[in-house]
Structure formats: structure tokens, C-alpha cells
Design a protein. Structure first.
Length: 335
């Protein structure tokens, strides 16, 4: 019998991670333009096909997060993307939030939208083959924010989303991302991430979400991108694990990390450091990177099918290094 617990367990398979290929049309267009590729619908489709047809991707990937347009798309030989993934034993995951809007009256803060008609959308996605969903909330760090009111609202929305997803027999991946960009130090990052995750799990319990059938997608806890004192992988590991111990209930089956604007190399180094300290933790830990996996492949491809094998090789290598990092066996010399 297929249960949300079984699906979550499949997504948390040892040695595998989740590829976040769910960039919005605007985001993927900017990424393609950065490599001098016209961001047409066909080029976006070609790029996603390149990723999903990478030989042996299933050795390292348990699930792939898709955008609405992508889950409806097909390969050049007319195979539905969802069928391609299912054929490889990869769980199709659908991004269901509709992005952020300004939180009126709260300068510097945003809220995520997309609850309208969510249950109907989930029913359709289930019929298409998706078995998990993702929703991202965004918490910026500034001198006066995030405010308690913003955290409370966005975490309530996350909890409501999770409840609707579970009602439709799918696994919610809840992503309360504390943004890396900014001048905040490590202590401030830990303070905010701890507060956000504490409130999140309070709201999830209040909304009667089954924590055994849910995955947390978390940022690494590290100093902001513009902070003069950057955080070492060992500091990231120590602080991140301390945060989880203070916030994440033991019944949650697993936590997956987002790369959040870090370089691929730094994301992998941080994952490796955490893996070295994870013994005795009650959760499975793995990665769910987007740019942290895809950037080298994009730069190798540059829109030219002549470069397809090279680009797929770059993706495979990035996945291999992160799989090693899950065992604490990665080193910078491997780059």
C-alpha cells in the first residue's frame, strides 16, 4: 500500500538527494540568458530534458521537483516528463506555491501565495503522477525583521498547505527559507532560523499535520553573504545541527538542504561537514539543491546539443560529489 510515510522514505533513500528543477519561468529565463541562450519555451524544455535524461541520474536522485509547466511537458520523442522519471524510479514532486508578494505594512518582508484552489490542483497533480509537493516561504533578515507577525503568518500558510497536500495523499515538503543574502552574522542567522522553525512546527501541530509524512527543506545556518566574517563548514555544521535539535520533532523522517545562493562547492562542503556530525540524529539528512547542482551543467551546455554529453557529465559529477558528502567522504581536492 502506498502511504505518505512510504513516499517520504523513498525520497530519503540513503545516498540520494532531490534535484530542485522547479525554477519559475522568470528565474530559468534569467539563468538561460546568463549563458547566452534565448529563454524560449522550447529552450526551457530542451534544458529540462537534458537534465532528466542524464544517464544513471537515478543512482543519485530520489525525486525531482517540477514547475507546473514542466510537469506537463514532454521529451523530443514525445514521452511525458513524468513517465520518464517514473520509469527511472524517481518520484515526481510538484512546486505548488505561486511565489511571494510584498507583506503590506511590513517593509522588507514578503508572504507566499497560492492556497486558492490548492486542493483541486493537488488532485490534478496526483492524477498526473506527482506524489509529493513543495512550498517555499521566504524570511529576509534585516535590522528590524523578520517580525513575529510575518513569521506567524507565513508559517500558518505553510501548515495549511501541508494539511491540504496530505489530504490529497501526497508528501508535503515544507521550505521555510531564511535568506542567505545580507550582512547578518552567524548568531543572527541561528536566532532567526530557530525562531522560524519553532513557529513552523507549532503551526503544523495546530493544523493536525502528520509529521511522520512530511519533509523539512531547510537552509544551512550560516552568516549572510555580505557579512565580513564568513562561516566555515565546521561552524555551519555545529550551528545547523544545534538549530535542528532545538526545533525539529523527532518524528519528522528527514530534512533536505537547499543551496540558497551558495556556490556548488560551498554547498557540498557544508553538507559534508554536517554528515560528519550527524551520528545519533533522529532524521535522515540529504540535499535538495537547484543552482548547487545545475550551474556547472548550464555553463557546459550553453544551448548547444553538441555539448549535451559534457553538460550531463557535469551534473553527474556534481551529484556524485554530493553523494560522497552524504557519507562525509568529500574533500575540496575532488573538485
Amino acid at each position: 500500500m502506498e502511504t505518505i510515510q512510504n513516499i517520504a522514505a523513498a525520497l530519503l533513500t540513503e545516498g540520494k538527494g532531490i534535484l530542485a528543477a522547479d525554477q519559475s519561468t522568470g528565474t530559468i529565463s534569467r539563468q538561460l540568458e546568463a549563458i547566452a541562450v534565448d529563454p524560449s519555451a522550447e529552450n526551457r524544455r530542451r534544458y529540462r530534458e537534458l537534465l532528466f535524461t542524464t544517464p544513471d541520474i537515478e543512482k543519485y536522485v530520489s525525486g525531482i521537483i517540477l514547475h507546473d509547466a514542466t510537469i506537463r511537458n514532454i521529451t523530443s520523442d514525445q514521452t511525458a516528463f513524468v513517465d520518464l522519471l517514473l520509469g527511472k524510479g524517481i518520484v515526481p514532486i510538484i512546486k505548488v506555491d505561486k511565489g511571494t508578494i510584498e507583506h503590506h505594512g511590513f517593509p522588507g518582508e514578503v508572504v507566499t501565495q497560492g492556497l486558492d484552489n490548492l486542493s483541486e490542483r493537488m488532485e490534478e497533480y496526483y492524477g498526473m503522477g506527482a506524489r509529493a509537493a513543495k512550498w517555499r516561504a521566504v524570511f529576509n533578515i534585516g535590522e528590524d525583521y523578520p517580525t513575529d507577525a510575518n513569521i506567524e503568518l507565513d508559517c500558518l500558510i505553510l501548515a495549511r498547505y501541508a494539511a491540504i497536500v496530505q489530504a490529497n495523499r501526497m508528501v508535503p515538503i515544507v521550505e521555510p527559507e531564511v535568506i542567505f543574502k545580507g550582512g547578518h552574522d552567524l548568531n543572527r542567522a541561528e536566532e532567526v532560523t530557530t525562531k522560524v522553525q519553532q513557529v513552523l512546527f507549532e503551526k503544523l501541530r495546530t493544523q493536525r499535520v502528520d509529521l511522520t509524512g512530511l519533509i523539512l527543506k531547510s537552509n544551512f545556518v550560516l552568516a549572510g553573504s555580505e557579512c565580513s566574517e564568513q562561516t566555515s563548514p565546521e561552524e555551519v555544521a555545529e550551528t545547523t545541527i544545534r538549530t535542528f535539535k532545538a526545533t525539529v520533532p523527532e518524528e519528522v523522517p528527514g530534512i533536505v538542504f537547499l543551496s540558497g545562493g551558495q556556490t556548488p562547492e560551498r554547498s557540498t562542503a557544508n553538507l559534508n561537514a554536517i554528515s560528519k556530525m550527524k551520528e545519533g540524529l533522529p532524521w535522515k539528512l540529504t540535499f535538495s539543491f537547484s543552482r548547487g547542482l545545475e550551474k556547472p551543467a548550464q555553463e557546459a551546455w550553453r544551448g548547444d546539443d553538441v555539448n549535451k554529453n559534457k553538460a550531463q557529465g557535469e551534473l553527474t559529477e556534481r551529484l556524485r560529489l554530493n553523494s560522497l558528502a552524504l557519507r562525509g567522504e568529500y574533500s575540496a581536492e575532488m573538485e
